[in-house]
Design a protein. Sequence first.
Length: 310
Amino acid sequence: MLNWLVIGIGDITTKRVIPAIQSEPRSRLYGVVTRDPTKGEHFGAKAWTSLDEALNDPDVHAVYVGTPVFLHAPQTIQALRAGKHVLCEKPMAMNEAEARRMVAAAEAGGKLFGVAYYRRLYPKVLRAKRLIEEGAIGKPVFAELTNHMWFDGKGAQGERDWLFDPAKAGGGPLLDIASHRIDVLNFLFGKPIRVRGQLSNVVHHYAVEDNATVMIEYENGVRGVVDVRWHSKIRRDECRIRGTDGELEMSPLNGPDLIYPGGSESLPPHPNLHFPLIENFVDVVEGKAVLASGGADAYLTDWITEQARK
């Protein structure tokens, strides 16, 4: 049984991460770290207000870091140095330098370090990767992903208003929603070699950008464009991959549909998007699988977002 410690009791951990741990048969929610200990009682787990004390417990085996971005690196490194496996919420870190230190800490301690880019485990993304490798669209040359929404921090959104603070979030939609899509491109196409980015505020004038466009060139010649916006009242979640002989249509990315030359499939994701991530992590601990989203892979996303901000 893998005993999990969850750091941070917020929207993602309460709706997805903790339910995933509780439903994974080889996992147990052993404890939480939170400013409000009563939250731990609600989940029937131990509760600490001190991360130091929690990590001193030898019965903690794995840690899920579910706090705001500025805490990812220090808490991940602390947990790794305490001899725990770590699965960290995305984006991995505030910047490339922090991400590099996280990877180094995992390598030095010989512990597993994963990042929660769960779209790598979407059935249709895995199927798309196989189709590309099999030549279904010829040589892939261009990929386009967009994610547009309205996010002004008012109403219920105010619960996540730390996302508008660059000292806590590191940036706006570039780090929050583009990172997921950049990671999908990295998963499909490998090593990025050149990046260009443009960030601005054209509707909302908070302290982080309200839109970002990133162009990435990969070693194999694929060019990817990721465009994300927090100022659109029309929601978009598009994903298209074009090759010399055809196209993969995966819009919406979070939906089940995959259309390709000569066929189409409906491949819905797991109802709890974090469950396959937790399941894969436990498989790796048991020596049964390869980590789907390791820190060394996720580092490339931080490298890209850092380049885009220059």
